[in-house]
Structures are given as structure tokens and as C-alpha cells.
Write a protein that binds this ligand. Structure first.
Ligand SMILES: [Zn+2]
Length: 454
């Protein structure tokens, strides 16, 4: 059985054939470092970690190269630093440390390379020069722009029609752009903004060029898998293709793998609505594998609804599994072999929900004291990055806030009140039940709802 992946480019699940099985190469767009990572950022970290582990299993650990970049120069970073009156370098360094803490917490292996944009400016300048030379880019008022109309295949990943894009958006076109869909490769820096010397004056790169330059440097002009969140398909990945294919005249990436969106308690994640969940804030209440299990319980291409109830469920499952493993002595179980059932599920476009149901089944079949069944169960779980803690440590881990995330409780109460105002009493009851499962009692009085821990 061979690996099949759903490829966004062909819109179909296709067999994976690497360019070189002794050097399988994957690039995934990483974080822009100005704030704590939220659960939406954690999803690709976990999904592509599962794929990285699987590729290592198939082709050998040394034969897989995984690159995940860090965007450490960007408008959002500059804005955040200005707002906090903080030095940009300090802000990015601090945020990179947070990000590394988070990825370790959720059990993600380190990628082979984690290049930072600011350390690859010369490569970006070189690539931009190549695009200008080949007439795919032009200089206007200190900016360098990619000329989208020169690339007849522009829009091929997202299926967008260039003429529609142009016709649809005549407003707010910067006057140095020849066409609305042209995008910035290089732009002048304002005073106090990070700035590098270039043939077009002091400035800084646009966002898209860094991934083309860094993937080429570390993986070559063509490589196997390009991944990221669905929201990156357009314009980011479309623009990466345009830059790299026009510069090199070669196919950029052979497989495009994208994970779906994340909602929180059924709502779009947004800071202003108070349902913005960072990975960091989960650390007091849940062990990292709880986050991981909750995350991979939904197939990566489906939208993921992040709920406290799912976290509680995942915690219960892992507690049960670790309790069983604790009955064996340390080193007694043998985890040398891959499990073929889990392998089969993962080879089918990373079918993690199926893999988890297989784990449940295997657990059911486990017997007290049976080393061989327990070893197989543990090996199977390890393939998903689960059950890698010491059972005794897992079981003595203390939740700091009695498992209650106040912001989540208050969000659910607000949703329940809204449901009651709209006379949607079924929904209101459902939310009350969910809170009840979390150990929260509600008290309604005088139009207000108080809550307390049971
Ligand atoms: Zn990228």
C-alpha cells in the first residue's frame, strides 16, 4: 500500500511519488512571529508533524527533509512592536521562543530546518533580480512588483481567473501597480522600519518572496510537498508558484496539501469576540497530548470545531490509556515496530480519525499483564505522537485551574443567553449540559447568570 494525499492543485487524492526517495522534501509555511500562537496556528504544526513522522517511517528518518519557515519581518510585526513600544528584534525573538515552547508542548518534532526570513535577504534579492531580468517583474517608485499578467498560469492553484480578478477590483489600486493582481516583491522601508540595502534602494521584502527563496535554498528549485493552512492558497501560495516557476522555468512543488479552518465553540475565532484561544493558555489546564488528540480527532481537511467538551473527552481517553500502561514496569514494553493498521489509515490521506478508532479498538482488546498486546497498542499510539510520556508522570500531573478556562465558560454562557433571547431553548439546554459536563453549575437570577465550579 502506498501513500495517497489530497492534492489541492488537482483537487483529488493522488498517489505520492517523491522526486527522489532518498531525499523526500516538504516545505510548510510557518508562523509570523508577533504574538502567541492560537489553536488555528497549532493545527498545521500538528498535521504536518504527523505527515513528517509518516514520511520518515516510509522512507527512513534520514531521507526526509522538512522545512518550516519563520516570518520575522512583516507589517504585522512592525505594527505590534510599535504598539507595545518594543524593539522589533526583541519582539520576534521572544515570540519565536513562545512558539518553540508551544510546539514542544504539543509534541511536534523539530523540522529539519527552520529558516528565518531576515537571515535570507540576499537570496530574496537574487531571486527578485532574476525575475526582473526575465521581465516577470518591474520597478516602480522604489517598489518591485511581480507582473501577474506575464504569467499565463497565474491563478492555477486557487482556480481564480485573472481577468475576473482585474475586472472585480478597480478601487484602491496603488498607482504604481500596472495591474491590481500584481504583488509586491520588494518595498521601500519607512524610517524606523527594518531595512536592507538593495539595487532598488533601502527596503524590505514582501511576504511571498521569502518562501520561494528559502525553499529553493534548502530544498532545490523543485520539491515534493508544499503545505499550509487553507487560507494561504490565495494569494500566498499562488504567488509563491508564480515567483518560483517564472524564475526557474520548472514546476515548483508536486503536491499541495492544505489543512482546514478552525472554529472555537462553533464560532469564527476572533480576538474581539473573546473566543481566541492561544496554545499557551491551555498549558495550565491540559497536557500537550490532550491538545494533540483533540486536534487529530477531526480529519485535517475538515473544518475543526475546537471545544472544551472535546478537550475533556480527549483527556479522559488519555487518562484511561495511561492508567493501563502504568501497570507495566518501565522498559517492559517493546515499541520497535510500526503498527500496520495505523499505517494503513495514515497512508490514506492521513486518516487520523480512523487511526484513533483503531487505537480504541486495540485498547479494548488489551488484557491485563499482556505485554505483547500492550506493546502493540503503545507502538500504534506512538505513530501519532501519543502516549510518549511516562505513565506515572502523566497520572500525577496537576491541573492548575481545576480544568476551568474562565474565558471559555463565559463565552458559552453568553452563547446560551443569546440562544434564550432567540427562544432557541434546545440550544440553550445543550450548552447548559455541556457546562454541566465541565463541572460548572449555573444560576440564573434577575437576567444575569452566575456560575460556579461544582
Ligand atoms: Zn509561505
Amino acid at each position: 500500500m502506498s501513500l495517497k494525499l489530497y492534492d489541492t492543485f488537482t483537487n483529488s487524492k493522488i498517489k505520492f511519488d517523491p522526486i527522489d526517495p532518498t531525499n523526500v522534501r516538504m516545505y510548510v509555511c510557518g508562523p509570523t512571529v508577533y504574538d502567541y500562537a492560537h489553536v488555528g496556528n497549532a493545527r498545521p504544526v500538528i498535521i504536518f508533524d504527523i505527515l513528517f513522522r509518516l514520511l520518515q517511517n516510509i522512507y527512513g528518518t534520514k531521507n526526509v527533509t522538512y522545512v518550516r519557515n519563520i516570518t520575522d519581518v512583516d507589517d504585522k510585526i512592525i505594527d505590534a512592536a510599535n504598539k507595545a513600544s518594543e524593539d522589533i528584534g526583541m519582539l520576534t525573538e521572544k515570540t519565536i521562543n513562545y512558539f518553540h515552547d508551544d510546539t514542544k508542548y504539543i509534541g511536534a518534532l523539530k523540522p529539519t530546518f527552520e529558516p528565518r526570513a531576515t537571515e535570507h535577504i540576499p537570496e530574496m534579492i537574487e531571486l527578485i533580480e532574476k525575475l526582473i531580468e526575465k521581465d516577470f517583474a518591474y520597478v516602480a517608485e522604489g517598489n518591485v512588483l511581480f507582473s501577474s499578467s506575464k504569467f499565463s498560469e497565474y491563478g492555477k492553484l486557487s482556480g481564480k481567473d485573472l481577468s475576473e480578478m482585474i475586472a472585480g477590483s478597480r478601487v484602491n489600486v496603488e498607482n504604481y501597480k500596472r495591474t491590481e493582481s500584481d504583488f509586491v516583491l520588494w518595498k521601500p522601508s519607512k524610517e524606523d522600519e527594518p531595512s536592507w540595502n538593495s539595487p532598488w534602494g533601502n527596503g524590505r521584502p514582501g511576504w511571498h518572496i521569502e518562501c520561494s527563496a528559502m525553499s529553493e535554498k534548502l530544498l532545490g528549485e523543485s520539491f515534493d510537498i508544499h503545505g499550509g493552512g487553507q487560507d494561504l492558497i490565495f494569494p500566498h501560495h499562488e504567488n509563491e508558484i508564480a515567483q518560483s516557476e517564472c524564475a526557474n522555468g520548472k514546476k515548483f512543488a508536486n503536491y499541495w496539501v492544505h489543512n482546514g479552518f478552525v472554529t472555537v465553540e462553533g464560532n469564527k475565532m476572533s480576538k474581539s469576540d473573546g473566543n481566541f484561544v492561544t496554545v499557551n493558555e491551555l498549558k495550565d489546564n491540559f497536557q500537550g497530548e490532550v491538545i494533540r488528540l483533540a486536534m487529530i480527532s477531526t480529519h485535517y481537511r475538515q473544518p475543526l470545531n475546537w471545544t472544551i467538551a472535546n478537550l475533556e473527552e480527549s483527556k479522559k481517553t488519555l487518562d484511561k490509556w495511561y492508567s493501563y500502561l502504568e501497570s507495566f514496569n518501565e522498559g517492559e514494553l517493546d515499541v520497535a515496530d510500526n503498527d500496520s493498521d495505523i499505517m494503513e489509515a495514515l497512508l490514506d490521506d492521513l486518516n487520523t480519525p480512523k487511526a484513533i478508532s483503531i487505537l480504541h479498538q486495540k485498547f479494548k482488546n488489551c488484557e491485563a499483564g499482556n505485554i505483547s498486546l500492550a506493546s502493540n497498542f503503545l507502538s500504534a499510539a506512538n505513530m501519532l505522537g501519543l502516549l510518549s510520556d511516562k505513565p506515572s508522570e502523566w497520572l500525577t500531573w496537576k491541573q492548575e485551574n481545576m480544568n476551568i478556562n474562565k474565558a471559555q465558560v463565559e463565552l458559552l454562557i453568553a452563547q446560551r443567553n443569546e440562544a434564550r433571547v432567540n427562544k432557541n431553548f434546545n440550544k440553550a439546554d445543550e450548552i447548559r449540559d455541556e457546562l454541566d459536563k465541565m463541572g460548572i453549575t449555573l444560576e440564573d437570577k434577575g437576567g444575569e447568570t452566575d456560575w460556579k465550579v461544582k
